[in-house]
Design a protein around this ligand. Structure first.
Ligand code: PMP
Length: 340
């Protein structure tokens, strides 16, 4: 039990939860790092805090300054909330396709939102590139200056996981960790935890779980950046080697379609009481595949990235799922049973 001196101090130190069904199915211990228990309810709180602290230390973010970022939502929520606690304003550029719940939360956290069409990175109006230009402009006009968080290529993001997530996993498992796997948005989590664990145990296996529409599965298995299909998951799916991913080697890689990730999300909610977002489904499905490949008796850790209510209008909305041709469990539509 900790007494935290403020909200940023409460980031990290999340529980590691044994996932019963995945463990029973594979004969391995499959453990999920409960990142949804961070104050901003996602793994991205860690990156937000490390990026802000690093910018303050380098003198590029000054008191009263504005933080500008392009984000699928969770990094923005982390930046906006930590920004509130530390006295910075935030301006967030977000693709309009992201869930309404995340946009509402960003506004509630006091971020100023700029919604842009969801276009690929090669397009100059892609949210990440747009946010970089906006930061340059605001740096000239904002009285307190402006700082571009640049989570994809700012390695303070990866450092958060080298300094905090990896040592926590090491300590929580007593060093008994054989594999770690997760999906990639910026790559900060995967590359940072991989580096932190490999420093302690060089032969730990590192796995990539890649959704449809992302190119890293093809990159790490065939050496070509090729993406096929699409995914309703948010915050993951990368088509280039970001600075955070540079130097990362993975031992195993799996392509996880939504049709495989969604049943995992539904089971975790219904059978284990864990209400999680779509990327957590890709991660746990990836951990199951990795466990099957490694064989029984291993301990494999993955990440439970964010809380499921953040996607109520999509992941848990039968009309949305049906429209996408995805598995739509009966219980989502069933009325609550009558009480006796
Ligand atoms: N899951 C969700 C829901 C996210 O928002 C993100 C961050 N974009 C990730 C996973 C991936 O994390 P990272 O950026 O560290 O690769």
């Amino acid at each position: 039990m900790r007494l935290c001196k403020d909200m940023p101090d409460a980031i990290g130190g999340t529980p590691l939860i044994r996932l019963r069904k995945a463990s029973e199915l594979t004969g391995c211990e499959i453990l999920g790092k409960a990142e949804f228990m961070n104050p901003g309810q996602s793994v991205k709180d860690r990156a937000a805090l490390w990026i802000i602290r690093d910018a303050v230390a380098r003198g590029v973010l000054r008191p009263g300054g504005t933080i500008v970022e392009g984000t699928a939502g969770n990094t923005g929520i982390g930046l906006a909330l930590v920004g509130r606690a530390m006295g910075f304003r935030t301006v967030i550029v977000i693709p309009e396709t992201q869930s309404q719940e995340k946009k509402d939360m960003l506004r509630l956290a006091g971020a100023q939102l700029v919604e842009v069409p969801a276009v690929p990175y090669r397009n100059p109006n892609n949210y990440v590139r747009y946010s970089g230009r906006l930061a340059e402009r605001l740096a000239r006009t904002e009285p307190g200056g402006a700082f571009w968080a640049n989570q994809f290529d700012n390695v303070a993001n990866r450092q958060a996981h080298i300094d905090s997530t990896a040592p926590e996993i090491w300590e929580q498992t007593g060093g008994k960790v054989d594999g770690f796997i997760c999906a990639v948005g910026t790559g900060g989590t995967l590359a940072g935890v991989a580096a932190g664990l490999r420093a302690r145990k060089p032969d730990v296996k590192i796995g990539l779980a890649d959704p449809d529409g992302a190119a890293l599965y093809s990159w790490y298995t065939k050496g070509e950046m090729k993406a096929e299909g699409s995914s309703i998951t948010e915050g993951i799916g990368q088509g280039r080697i970001t600075a955070n991913l540079e130097g990362l080697e993975v031992d195993m890689a799996y392509n996880i379609p939504d049709s495989e990730a969604l049943p995992v999300i539904f089971d975790l909610l219904r059978e284990e009481g864990l209400c999680l977002g779509g990327s957590s489904g890709v991660n746990v499905a990836g951990a199951i595949r990795m466990a099957k490949e490694m064989g029984p008796g291993h301990t494999i850790v993955t990440v439970l990235c964010d809380y499921g209510t953040r996607y109520q209008s999509k992941l848990f909305n039968p009309a949305f799922l049906r429209e996408k041709g995805l598995p739509t469990p009966d219980w989502l539509e069933a009325p609550a049973p009558e009480l006796p």
